[in-house]
Design a protein around this ligand. Structure first.
Ligand SMILES: [Zn+2]
Length: 180
């Protein structure tokens, strides 16, 4: 895992670049929570479900199928009555899908763990992306208050937050320029 803060921040950045906040109130916040949520699967460790099991850590909740279903469910729960003019319901779904799926993508760029089960339940193999530069984050929250925790947060700032902020600034500048 990358830390929950970093997953949530990526969803915030996505929302800002895609101007999702204009679609519906609370959508970006929901996207941020959706991006952090897949790591609730760490309860697998307490339930003695092995890492490699489809329900193990970085398994089903990190898959593309799960992201699609989660986005559908949350979109239906909160925004089912939205007028679908301009395909707004699909745009809401797409944003929530991207946020949830972004979790697995970031995890697949971390330096530790055993890869992400993107294709569960079709294929139980775990995958990494060819670029792995995000320091793997500790599972216990208390571990953040240590030297290693600080190292992880610093690394995530450089590898995720900074690039996201640069993209957000460029997009913002581009929009200002177009308005002018
Ligand atoms: Zn994760």
């Amino acid at each position: 895992m990358a830390s929950a803060f970093t997953h949530a921040f990526s969803a915030f950045a996505l929302g800002s670049v895609l101007q999702t906040g204009k679609l519906r109130k609370g959508l970006i916040l929901t996207g941020m929570l959706s991006a952090a949520m897949p790591d609730l699967d760490v309860i697998a460790f307490w339930l003695d479900i092995p890492y490699e099991h489809p329900l193990g850590h970085r398994g089903l909740t990190h898959s593309i199928l799960f992201a699609a279903i989660w986005a559908l469910g949350i979109g239906y729960l909160f925004w089912r009555n939205v007028d679908n003019r301009d395909r707004i319901r699909w745009r809401i779904w797409f944003y929530l899908f991207l946020c949830t799926a972004s979790h697995g993508v970031l995890d697949a760029m971390t330096t530790g763990g055993r890869g992400v089960g993107f294709f569960i339940p079709l294929d139980n193999d775990r995958y990494f992306l060819p670029w792995r530069f995000i320091q793997v984050s500790p599972i216990r929250a208390s571990a953040f208050f240590s030297e290693y925790g600080l190292k992880v947060l610093t690394n995530e700032f450089v590898t995720v937050w900074l690039p996201c902020m640069i993209v957000m600034i460029i997009v913002w500048m581009f929009r200002q320029w177009r308005k002018a």
